[in-house]
Design a binder for this molecule. Sequence first.
Ligand SMILES: Cc1cc2nc3c(=O)[nH]c(=O)nc-3n(C[C@H](O)[C@H](O)[C@H](O)COP(=O)(O)O)c2cc1C
Length: 204
Amino acid sequence: MSDYLLADSSLSPGVIYRLLSGSICPRPIAWVSTQDTHGNTNLAPFSFFNVASVNPPVLAFSPLLNGSGERKDTVRNLKDVAECVVHVGSEELIEALNTTSASLPPGEDEFALAGLEKASMPGVSVPRIANAPVAFGCTLYDVIQFGDQPLAGTLVLAQVVSIHINDALWDGRHVDMDLLKPVGRLAGSDYIRISDRFAIERPD
Ligand SMILES: Cc1cc2nc3c(=O)[nH]c(=O)nc-3n(C[C@H](O)[C@H](O)[C@H](O)COP(=O)(O)O)c2cc1C
């Protein structure tokens, strides 16, 4: 057994990253498109992701500063154009999703790199991935920056202003998980499918 008081310990940010990302899992994956002022689009996955509010609907995801303390293109773009489209990482597009996690120079388009078509998204100027079954068009609600050191998070709160959903997977009430096939991220290169589900009734 080990206990660490972080203020007194010498755990490096890299070690803390692996402890957090190896323990807090599986994590859903936000696959986020953004755009700069010149109309260049960007696409990147973020597994530090969840629902923050339903009414109003707000999503939360957190790009970290990189190892040199620099912002990722997603955050840079959000400062330019305060809109994004959040897709849900799923099995069918997982190879393309992984491709879009490459660090390209700013202005280079991960849609093209991953061979993905764009489609317009109501309410925002940023395009969605044409064949993604679910997409949330968002405007920027708030950003919380946790300092400027390497691996500091930038918590992005994005208010949902439009929803695209394939009718095959939504009956107006429930999303069909077997068709959506969302994947969860574990640690490192590991992912998990939803094929081993179980249900527990909630207490009254
Ligand atoms: C499945 C997956 C999840 C990821 N989650 C995060 C995350 O939550 N935060 C983060 O900073 N980087 C995350 N990354 C790495 C970013 O996707 C990567 O740094 C990407 O190049 C950032 O793109 P951008 O510079 O175009 O914004 C993840 C990568 C993968 C493959």
